[in-house]
Design a protein around this ligand. Structure first.
Ligand code: SAM
Length: 341
């Protein structure tokens, strides 16, 4: 995600596209779920193969325009829903033969370029960072959370070494003036003890705020759980992540259910021998040097995938407990909307 905030990009470039296609094999047809439709890069490539169908989701309503365009060429083979992927279970897909569920996390170029969204530190004006279907914006978070709460968000979601100083300076500053995007960047730059010449000083704080505003931790966890439910036996779940927090969650989910740790109530007695997933790769797939040259933001992308071994809809996972400390931080936002009543 860090690397997606680069202003000099030209056109939309779907990350690790050929690797995704070789894993999900649309040449044999089937129904696929693209959880992060974006500009439709993956979806279009899949639909170019005959006998395929795509159920595409995106929380950003802007994506629906692109989906409508694609629907003209592919008619009833593309169904688009403007929902968050954590809501995948609401689509009643239990009896569909889903061949693969794919996630390409992060932000599309269009979202980064949209000044109203304020996702880039080059944006001007009111803080926002909402991707779509949000309860609050970065403006409310920055203005209403206390110093300790902001410190936690910056530290755990951004891994920012100067979290405390930055949070302190935000709280001091906000009593004097409105904190706009430019003002936030200025506070961060003046609070940093060391300058990193490779990345913008505001990178980590912006990442932390985007994760918080869009509840990306619980979105990903519930998205993965629901993907594992709906995908059929021999089907694939493939996820492209852009930062270590996302990758840690995906890696844990896949690994914990590939190592005799899953117990389904539909599993027979010999459950120790059964795992939900077959993990084919130990290390994540990363973009080639050529792709990184052509699309520099792809350099932080990591692709992991698993194959579902059994046709279980229900299974148990401890992923919510494992990442409870992060979900608790996301839940600090409850304070923001409680203030509305
Ligand atoms: C990197 S882009 C995907 C690009 C896409 N693979 C393509 O080739 O055009 C990520 C997209 O995922 C969407 N998104 C992120 N989190 C989401 C969520 N929790 N639910 C649904 N869509 C989400 C964003 O709005 C964005 O459009």
């Amino acid at each position: 995600m860090i690397a997606t905030i680069i202003p000099d990009l030209r056109n939309h470039y779907p990350v690790l596209l050929s690797e995704i296609i070789s894993i999900i094999t649309p040449q044999y047809g089937g129904t696929f779920i693209d959880c992060t439709f974006g500009q439709g890069g993956y979806t279009k490539k899949i639909l170019n193969f005959p006998e395929t169908k795509v159920i595409a989701l995106d929380r950003d309503s802007e994506s629906s325009k692109k989906a409508q365009e694609l629907q003209k060429s592919f008619e009833d083979r593309l169904l688009f829903k403007n929902i968050k992927f954590s809501q995948l279970n609401n689509l009643k897909l239990k009896d569909e033969n889903i061949k693969a569920v794919i996630f390409d996390l992060g932000y599309s170029l269009n979202q980064i370029k949209d000044p109203k969204k304020g996702l880039s530190f080059d944006s001007i004006g009111e803080l926002n960072m909402k991707m779509g279907i949000n309860d609050f914006s970065a403006k409310e978070a920055i203005n209403q959370l206390d110093e300790k709460e902001l410190t936690k968000i910056f530290k755990y979601f951004g891994d920012e070494a100067d979290s405390k100083r930055i949070a302190h300076n935000i709280v001091e500053d906000r009593s004097k003036r409105e904190i706009t995007t430019e003002e936030l960047v200025r506070i961060i730059e003046s609070s940093k003890r060391k300058r990193n010449y490779k990345t913008h000083s505001a990178t980590k704080i912006f990442q932390a705020l985007r994760i918080f505003v869009n509840k990306e931790i619980s979105e990903l966890i519930y998205g993965l759980i629901n993907a594992a439910k709906v995908v059929k036996k021999d089907g694939v779940i493939a996820v492209v992540t852009f930062h270590s927090l996302e990758d840690k969650i995906v890696k844990y989910f896949f690994k914990s259910l590939s190592e005799n740790k899953s117990v389904s109530r539909h599993m027979p007695k010999i459950e120790e021998k059964l795992n939900l997933f077959r993990s084919v790769i130990k290390k994540p797939i990363v973009p080639s040097d050529k792709e990184i040259r052509e699309n520099p933001p792809s350099r932080s992308a990591k692709l992991r995938y698993v194959i579902k071994k059994e046709d279980f809809f229900d299974f148990e996972t401890d992923i919510l407990d494992k990442f409870k400390h992060l979900i608790d931080i996301e839940n600090l936002s409850k304070k923001l909307w409680n203030n509305w009543f």
